[in-house]
Design a protein around this ligand. Structure first.
Ligand SMILES: [Zn+2]
Length: 506
């Protein structure tokens, strides 16, 4: 009786027995608890589970039972549940249904939370984690000058380590459980080792996309000391010999001449690594690059195309016809001059986009911002067409579609749709619990609506990655904040001094 058939219900078409007897309130995952003060609730949750700050999953052999939450599986066959339990054995979800009996399991009480798959980011330059907010007013040109050619050219391996670690821990803290590190800071192989080390230490599910180095001119191919792109063969052997691990390998193909791009595609495919590439960015993106690459038979289903704002129609068809995926970083695209975020264009072409943060130098690190950006942009575009007299405008996006972009479509673009992106038994347990007993969403009337339209990182109570508890009761587990503070301050001081940038913060 707790199964939800929300979309069918919304259209008045669901005829199952449960729907016939459930009230609208029940459909919307309303919490059962009354108006209890939020702090008291927060303190009571988890009493039977992990103590705050305790090692994740206290007993590694013991199952975990997430009990009594409003469960959005985002698996269309499985549906959603007004109230259900999620059983986790080892790294995997073994069952999702109401009233699971699992004697001996460690229980995480999930009343007054929404339980759903973690968010999946398909493109973030994580080395910039120590450069947060360095360019809040900047354009793309400013970004290239300041972030890449001034700071990036002077990065040490220790700076890469600190940047990646901050970005990864910040992602986990905000409910992003899987993230593609679009890593173009490989000035030497030691820079690469440092990035991989930080990702591994953080515990995030990471896709490491190996990219080019940075220097003062932007012409990285003239640099000495770097090993791009051929070092990817070493990385495959040294760090990524199995795909059955938390970190997997991609190639981050450069924005450069087609010959250099083709070289990197070949190096990737030689070691069976998927590919991610920026295309259709600003005026430069109107160069029909994908038509040129297609002439070399280089476009395949193993590639994710980022931004795509200024691609031509032939290029869009090439992406679709070759089975590629796309990543829209809607917020940064509106800020920095990439072009109009192509949400409607993707839908018109028949491609469901994934989402990405891109740069923390001017973009918040959470996915609530990303979801709301593409949602409002698409609706604005449709309204504009209606106001202009369009008699056949596109359909409005729904909040559920946007939530799918942020989860399962991200998993697809990161090559992990068989492992993550929905709460399906057999998949890896990458799960977040979002508090509904907070003043920004209580009383809760609509679960998907609450997540997409009202929540923020402060609603993220608990985060699991591959069955391991990474955040509990609103606090990251096992993170030494005093060490982090030191690491960040030292990296900042060193980097600003090496780059000869005044260290002023105001
Ligand atoms: Zn980017």
């Amino acid at each position: 009786m707790t199964r939800l058939h929300e979309s069918a219900f919304a259209h008045g078409s669901c005829t199952c027995a449960a729907c016939g007897t459930m009230s609208r309130r029940q459909f919307l995952c309303t919490g059962a608890a009354g108006a209890v003060a939020a702090p008291a609730l927060a303190a009571s949750v988890g009493g039977r589970a992990l103590a705050q700050g305790a090692p994740a999953a206290g007993n590694p052999g013991r199952p975990l039972l997430i009990k009594g939450g409003c469960v959005l599986t985002l698996d269309r066959a499985l549906g959603d549940f007004e109230r259900a339990d999620v059983l986790i054995e080892g790294q995997r979800i073994s069952a999702v249904r109401p009233d699971i009996s699992a004697p001996g399991a460690e229980v995480i009480e999930a009343a007054d939370t929404i339980v759903m798959p973690g968010f999946v980011d398909t493109h973030r330059h994580m080395w910039q984690g120590i450069l947060r907010n360095v360019l809040p007013d900047g354009s793309l040109d400013d970004y290239r000058t300041v972030v890449q050619r001034t700071f990036g050219a002077k990065y040490t391996p220790d700076d890469v380590y600190a940047g990646d670690l901050f970005s990864a821990l910040g992602a986990i803290d905000s409910g992003v459980t899987c993230i593609l590190d679009w890593s173009h800071i490989h000035n030497t192989p030691e820079h690469t080792d440092a990035a991989v080390k930080a990702l591994t230490e953080s515990g995030v599910r990471a896709v490491f996309a190996y990219g080019n180095p940075q220097n003062e001119t932007g012409r990285f191919w003239e640099m000495k000391g770097h090993k791009f792109p051929d070092d990817i063969a070493r990385l495959r052997k040294q760090y990524f010999s199995s795909d059955d691990q938390l970190t997997t390998l991609y190639m981050a193909a450069p924005s450069a001449a087609p010959e250099l791009i083709l070289q990197s595609f070949k190096a990737a495919r030689d070691v069976d690594a998927r590919i991610s590439i920026h295309v259709g960015v600003g005026e430069f993106g109107r160069n029909a690059l994908l038509e040129k690459l297609n002439a070399e038979k280089a476009l395949k289903s193993d590639t994710t195309y980022i931004h795509c704002c200024t691609l031509n129609d032939a290029e869009w068809k090439l992406i679709r016809d070759t089975g590629g995926t796309i990543s829209i970083a809607g917020y940064v695209e509106t800020l920095m001059g990439h072009g109009n975020p192509p949400v409607q264009k993707a839908i018109d072409t028949g491609i469901r986009p994934s989402l990405s943060v891109d740069v923390e130098t001017s973009v918040p690190n959470d996915f609530f911002q990303q979801m709301r950006t593409v949602f409002s942009l698409q609706k604005n575009e449709v309204w504009a067409r209606r106001l202009a007299g369009d008699k056949n405008p596109p359909k409005f996006l729904t909040v559920r579609e946007v939530l799918e972009f942020a989860t399962i479509e991200g998993a697809r673009a990161n090559g992990l749709e068989r492992k993550i992106g929905t709460l399906t038994p057999g998949k890896q347990a990458d799960i977040i619990l979002l508090r509904t007993d907070r003043l920004n969403v209580m009383p809760m009337n609509n679960a998907v609506g609450a997540v997409v339209t009202s929540m923020g990182p402060h609603n993220v109570d608990t985060v699991l990655i591959a069955g391991k508890v990474m955040k509990r009761n609103g606090q990251l587990v096992g993170v030494d904040f005093a060490r982090l503070k030191r690491l960040g301050d030292e990296a900042r001081e060193r980097l600003f001094s090496n780059a000869k940038v005044p260290p002023s913060r105001v």
